[in-house]
Design a protein around this ligand. Structure first.
Ligand SMILES: [Zn+2]
Length: 123
């Protein structure tokens, strides 16, 4: 299950950032997953639950945003977004298209608690 490897990289990057900021906790990690990436959301969530134990992200949330794939027609150079199985140029119908994006998995943002920060809940 390669989601374990992906999530361990994500957690490593996020905890490194959080530690540099002096954070006491990571509340939320947002990642963007391209429509064409081979990542299973359930597996990624499972990996997060398993790997975040003992880190700053333990008990935090994982937010996953799906990003539509984008391709470019090799003939008319039109760029268009599409789902996983419907790659065809909207202009000329060509199915010979090169992928522009859609395979990425990137960290969008993280939400951290800083010391003395009362997590935004007014009492
Ligand atoms: Zn075209």
């Amino acid at each position: 299950m390669h989601e374990m490897g992906i999530m361990s990289g994500v957690l490593e990057a996020c905890t490194a950032t959080a530690e540099r900021e002096g954070a006491t906790r990571i509340n939320e990690i947002r990642v963007r997953i391209g429509e064409l990436s081979e990542v299973m959301e359930d597996a990624l969530r499972f990996a997060f639950e398993a790997l975040s134990v003992g880190t700053l992200a333990e008990g935090g949330r994982l937010e996953i945003e799906h990003v539509a794939a984008t391709s470019r027609c090799v003939d008319c150079r039109v760029e268009f977004s599409h789902g996983r199985f419907d790659v065809a140029c909207p202009q000329c119908g060509n199915v010979l298209c090169e992928a522009v994006s859609g395979r990425e998995l990137e960290i969008d943002s993280i939400d951290i608690d800083l010391p003395g920060d009362e997590a935004g809940t007014a009492s």
